[in-house]
Design a protein around this ligand. Structure first.
Ligand code: ZN
Length: 150
């Protein structure tokens, strides 16, 4: 499909240049930090969980376009979703990145629309970049797991 890779590149660069939900949240929001030593990417994710819903999310940090744009897209995909829905989205995304947790037999919801995140599927061709693309997601999971309202 000609042009698709260009479109994907544009989406990634757009989120890199104009990150969505960049910033911080004050406590009682929960935060977690992630670091990808292979590339030098750093991400800090802040989430507010209210009544089982991720009511707000922010991130900051620095690193390559893949790590920053993937996290920006992640924030737009999860904001306003229930924690259960967010975990499904994470599962679906990591499956797309060929990173199924070992022993995780929970179903992957293939019908889940990942929107702009589809732009990152080309990353799987470059295994070293998969860590860049999933850094923000693993950091999100750390924050979710630290949440007192799982
Ligand atoms: Zn990177």
């Amino acid at each position: 499909m000609p042009g698709l890779e260009d479109l994907y590149r544009e989406i990634i660069l757009d989120h890199y240049r104009t990150p969505r939900n960049r910033g911080e949240l004050d406590p009682p929001a929960i935060s977690a930090e992630g670091y990808n030593p292979l590339c030098g990417d750093e991400i800090r994710v802040f989430i507010s969980v209210e009544n089982g819903v991720v009511s707000d999310v922010r991130f900051n940090g620095s690193g390559c376009s893949i790590s920053q744009s993937s996290t920006s897209m992640m924030t737009t995909a999860i904001k306003g979703k229930t924690v259960a829905e967010v975990r499904k989205i994470v599962r679906r995304f990591k499956h797309m990145m060929t990173l199924d947790e070992e022993g995780d037999t929970s179903p992957v919801d293939e019908s889940l629309n990942l929107g702009d995140l589809e732009a990152l599927q080309g990353v799987v061709k470059f295994p070293v970049r998969i860590k860049c693309a999933t850094l923000g997601w693993n950091t999100l999971l750390d924050a979710l797991n630290a949440s007192p309202h799982p």
